[in-house]
Design a protein around this ligand. Structure first.
Ligand SMILES: Cc1cc2nc3c(=O)[nH]c(=O)nc-3n(C[C@H](O)[C@H](O)[C@H](O)COP(=O)(O)OP(=O)(O)OC[C@H]3O[C@@H](n4cnc5c(N)ncnc54)[C@H](O)[C@@H]3O)c2cc1C
Length: 454
């Protein structure tokens, strides 16, 4: 069986040296549970009979990150710190300023383990570190159920093309994963200079970062593994049975709400999938989203390095051509970024969706599709509409800046979809309108739900 071996990759050419600890750079899997990378680091430390240094680097200039997203992430990190203390693990959080910091932290290390990452900026960060380091650097794939290269060696066209590939291999990867016990728990002494770069108090640190907007989403989404597990358990016990029927109803909350936690790696998709599979309910609809659709997004950003560049680079020819052909069609309504941002359009449903996003950090899935389609309809240049949708999504969504953000927004412009009947502005790209919302859903209840948010 291939399973976990195929998750591991050595990303530099350096041989093992005789350092005195093993290191794990925690980055996009901010958890100990169901974390193949952490487990691999522990197994290497045990093999070498070394203690383990776990470190996390906070980059306060991380692209598009806002107060609410830091607050959510820090809640998870604080919980991890406590968990590490209980497990007697060396776990430190540093303020990142340059690659030299990584070299300094690892001066006496023998080997470095981290997670495989997919977004360009994260890949660049890892590759630059790999070039600089003089110890072996391994990455382990733990944020996808099936390793991206095992599923396919190319960018897939749509869900139907990737689904059969995933289905062929998924059973090999749906394995339970317990936390491994670290044998050598010796404290790792850091130099005074390195010690000074540790962030001792995340709350104080957050207070001292300047943000234009200090919007908090804490009331709606508490960050961290415990909160994620609570959401998962609640979903499995109370919602999974009705997921297929009710997940698209905007006035109800029959989704798992796991996307912010999955984005920060505070919970593993493997744990969520196994919980659904091991429950008495039919899990197929949920697995379709969590495994097929989510991993299609990762396939997209992994194999298309222009995933954030613009429509020409990401859309299939038919979609790009049809949008171009209809780019000069008359728009009945046009709005600027600010008007969208301030939910100031003529459409009460669109405004409610944008308000929901800004207040809670998440928009209902069905409204997300409608929201994106309308931005395409109300901006006179599809490229500009794409940029506006992506910026609003990434600016406010707790699950933004994710593979799913790029795939979700570009889906509104025809990515991973098929051609439909040709019409104004959209050409052959799938269209949505408010009559459809009213026909299918109780939209007054959705408006009421959003009105009561504060
Ligand atoms: C315009 C637009 C923008 C989007 N932006 C994001 C984003 O920034 N981040 C994000 O995670 N998702 C995004 N999506 C996809 C989807 O809307 C969300 O993943 C989903 O609403 C998250 O809520 P949930 O966790 O309660 O979903 P659930 O229905 O409970 O699904 C469980 C998990 O499956 C995955 N999933 C569900 N629907 C999709 C989908 N359509 N495509 C890919 N994976 C899916 C997610 O990881 C989700 O957490 C976007 C979709 C659109 C149309």
């Amino acid at each position: 069986m291939k399973t976990n071996e195929s998750r591991i990759e050595k990303i530099n050419e350096v041989d093992l040296n005789n350092g005195n600890f093993t290191a794990y750079w925690m980055q996009s899997a901010q958890r100990f549970n169901y974390n193949h990378a952490f487990n691999y680091a522990v197994s290497r430390a045990n093999y070498l009979n070394q203690p383990l240094l776990i470190f996390f680097l906070v980059d306060k200039n991380y692209p598009e990150a806002k107060y609410g997203q830091f607050e959510f992430m820090f809640a998870g990190l604080k919980e991890l710190k406590q968990q590490a203390e209980k497990l007697n693990l060396n776990f430190h959080i540093f303020e990142y300023n340059s690659l030299d910091l990584i070299s300094d932290i690892l001066r006496d290390a023998s080997i470095l383990v981290s997670e495989k990452v997919y977004l360009k900026n994260l890949r660049r960060w890892k590759n630059n570190a790999a070039e600089l380091l003089e110890i072996p650097f391994y990455t382990v794939e733990t944020n996808l159920i099936c390793p991206v290269e095992e599923v396919s060696d190319k960018e897939e066209y749509a869900a139907y093309t990737i689904r059969k590939k995933i289905n062929k291999i998924k059973d090999q990867y749906l394995n339970d994963l317990a936390i491994l016990e670290l044998k050598n728990k010796r404290e790792i002494k850091l130099t005074k200079e390195i010690n000074n770069k540790i962030i001792k108090n995340l709350d104080n640190y957050l207070k001292n970062i300047e943000f234009e907007d200090k919007r908090s989403f804490k009331k709606f989404f508490a960050g961290g593994y415990k909160a994620a597990e609570k959401k998962l358990n609640d979903f499995i016990e109370n919602k999974l049975q009705d997921y297929d029927e009710k997940r698209n109803l905007p006035h109800l909350d029959y989704q798992s709400d796991l996307s912010p936690y999955l984005h920060f790696g505070q919970i593993s998709p493997l744990q969520a999938a196994l919980a659904a599979i091991n429950s008495p309910e039919d899990e197929a609809g949920f697995i379709e989203e969590l495994l097929v659709r989510r991993e299609l997004s990762y396939n997209f950003i992994y194999y298309n390095e222009n995933y954030d560049k613009g429509l020409k680079e990401i859309l299939p020819d038919w979609a790009y051509t049809t949008l171009k052909e209809h780019a000069s069609d008359q728009r009945n309504f046009q709005y600027s970024y600010q008007e969208f941002d301030n939910y100031n359009t003529h459409d009460k449903y669109w405004n409610a969706a944008q308000k929901e996003l800004k207040l809670t950090g998440k928009m209902h899935n069905y409204m997300r599709m409608y929201w994106g389609k309308k931005i395409l309809e109300w901006v006179d240049d599809p490229e500009e509409a794409y940029r506006i949708a992506l910026k609003l999504n990434n600016e406010y969504a707790l699950d933004g800046r994710d593979a799913n953000s790029y795939a979700g927004v570009s889906w509104c412009f025809g990515k991973h979809d098929r051609a439909w009947k040709e019409r104004k502005i959209f050409g052959k790209v799938r269209y949505m309108n408010s009559n459809g919302l009213e026909r299918k859903f109780d939209m007054d209840k959705y408006l009421e739900k959003v009105k009561n948010l504060n």
